[in-house]
Design a protein around this ligand. Structure first.
Ligand SMILES: *Cc1c(COP(=O)(O)O)cnc(C)c1O
Length: 465
């Protein structure tokens, strides 16, 4: 299978190229040249499949030509062996017309494990074949860093450097990163903010001499392999439900929800994809007013969604424009210049046909955590609670109409966000076994100034030793 860029000015690339590159060289995002299609019978056949087999059926359509079937099966088995739910992403009933798709059973208890675990396995295999090494540098405000470390720690030919803003991640999040026992994991506690960390990553990529010398790579959510891996649970959840669903997705960078569009384009019947956001509501405003405009960033109780620019939205715009790469490239240039993009009527109508969007503030988030706990006994994390706030409106409507059901994507375990849960319910959530032992383990991290040259020197010294 070949991949093309949303901006139309990059050579076609294989799955392995796309995996290792992340971003296309013209600044666009990779998508399949044409979407693989599942027939209605093939979609129906997901019912009752084991997760690993379902993942194989979806991913093999993309990896064809880059990985053998045996390699892919091996990578999938290694990726999902450490999940603490046998069916990996189970669908469980919540209430009237509402289900929860539990995506937090991986090693770091957040949905990013579902994609990063398989990405790491495929990455290591692609590098071994190419005979090179890669250096991954990531900036994290919490969840991404720990999921990347859990996925890449101990793999051959890869070094992972993760920068977190010193003192500004939760204890659980820090411990999940700094207690990794693997020699290829390097934690940097940066004397600065998350934005400082992100601009240092950009500066490293911009120094092409340095980036080339260390084979610098990124594993952020614009990597198409992550989208492909996340599309699997839209198939398995629909099969388990036995009818088309309205998926409600806590959305930040638009990666998780775009995986739902990918599943639809592959032939899955879906009622609607619902964008659920916090006070950072750029996508809600875009669908309502037809203007995609970034505003000031708000710090909320759902920090993994505190994003003003949803990078993966470019993929949805490209598709909604009828795959018009010239328009997409021009639109992204406008947005980069003006922080604002007026959506043409035809594009907006395409988007509205597929997506709807709701925003909830911190008070609503806390109220939903409290109400769901009181009504069902289930404790939701604040990101899931944003989606559940919409689910409490949509689910009963669907149940009354007798069509479909609301599937709330649950993106994190509540124990990762004990402060919000305590504020909502008066008590902290129970601590799962995976987190219980962390505070007794030795921590490894280096405290460094927020200065790109200092970070470069540190990376070079670690790679030489
Ligand atoms: C990353 C993350 C999200 C947002 O996912 P996107 O793919 O960026 O839209 C939502 N919830 C949690 C817990 C996350 O870690």
């Amino acid at each position: 299978m070949n991949f093309i860029s949303t901006r139309g000015a990059a050579p076609k690339a294989s799955f392995a190229d796309v995996l290792l590159a992340g971003l296309a060289p013209d600044g666009g995002l990779y998508l399949p040249e044409s979407w693989p299609r599942f027939t209605a019978d093939e979609v129906a056949a997901f019912k009752g499949l084991a997760w690993n087999e379902a993942a194989f059926r979806v991913l093999s359509r993309f990896t064809e030509g880059s990985f053998s079937e045996a390699e892919l099966r091996e990578a999938i088995a290694a990726a999902y062996g450490d999940f603490d739910a046998p069916d990996v992403c189970p669908l469980t009933p919540l209430a009237d017309g509402q289900y929860v798709l539990e995506l937090f059973h991986g090693p770091t208890l957040a949905f990013k494990d579902v994609a990063l675990q398989i990405l790491g396995q495929l990455f290591a295999r692609a590098l071994t074949r190419r005979g090179g090494r890669a250096t991954i540098v990531a900036a994290t405000s919490g969840d991404t860093g720990s999921a990347a470390i859990a996925a890449l720690g101990g793999l051959p030919n890869i070094d992972v450097f993760v920068m977190h803003p010193k003192g500004r991640v939760s204890d659980v999040q820090r411990l999940q990163m700094t207690t990794s026992p693997h020699a290829n994991v390097h934690n940097i506690a940066l004397e600065g903010s998350f934005d400082d960390a992100q601009s240092i990553v950009k500066a490293l990529f911009a120094d092409s001499g340095f980036a080339g010398k260390i084979s610098l790579t990124a594993v952020n959510s614009i990597n198409f392999a992550r989208i492909a891996a996340q599309s699997v649970y839209y198939f398995t959840a629909t099969a388990a439900l036995g009818m088309p669903a309205t998926f409600i997705v806590p959305t930040g960078n638009f990666g998780d929800i775009f995986a739902g569009e990918a599943a639809m384009r592959m032939g899955l019947a879906v009622q609607k994809l619902v964008i659920a956001t916090n006070a950072n509501d750029i996508l809600v405003r875009a669908l309502k007013d037809g203007v995609y405009a970034s505003g000031p960033s708000h710090a909320t109780l759902s920090p993994s969604m505190d994003i003003q620019v949803a990078s993966n939205f470019e993929r949805a715009l490209f598709e909604a424009s009828g795959r018009d790469a010239d328009w997409t490239a021009a639109a992204m240039a406008d947005f980069a210049r003006d922080r604002k993009l007026v959506l043409p009527h035809a594009v907006l109508e395409q988007l509205r046909g597929r997506y709807s969007a709701f925003a909830y503030d911190d008070d609503a988030t806390l109220a939903t955590i409290a109400a769901v706990k009181a009504e069902t006994g289930r404790i939701l994390d604040p990101h899931t609670a944003i989606a559940a706030s919409a689910g409490r409106v949509i689910g009963p409507e669907l149940a009354r109409a007798g069509t479909g059901a609301a599937v709330i994507l649950s993106t994190a375990h509540p124990a990762k966000f004990p402060d919000a849960v305590t504020r909502a319910t008066g008590a902290p959530p129970p601590v799962p076994a995976r987190l219980a032992g962390l505070k007794d383990l030795p921590e490894r991290m280096d405290v460094l100034p927020a200065d790109a040259d200092a970070i470069k020197r540190f990376i070079s010294s670690r790679l030489l030793s």
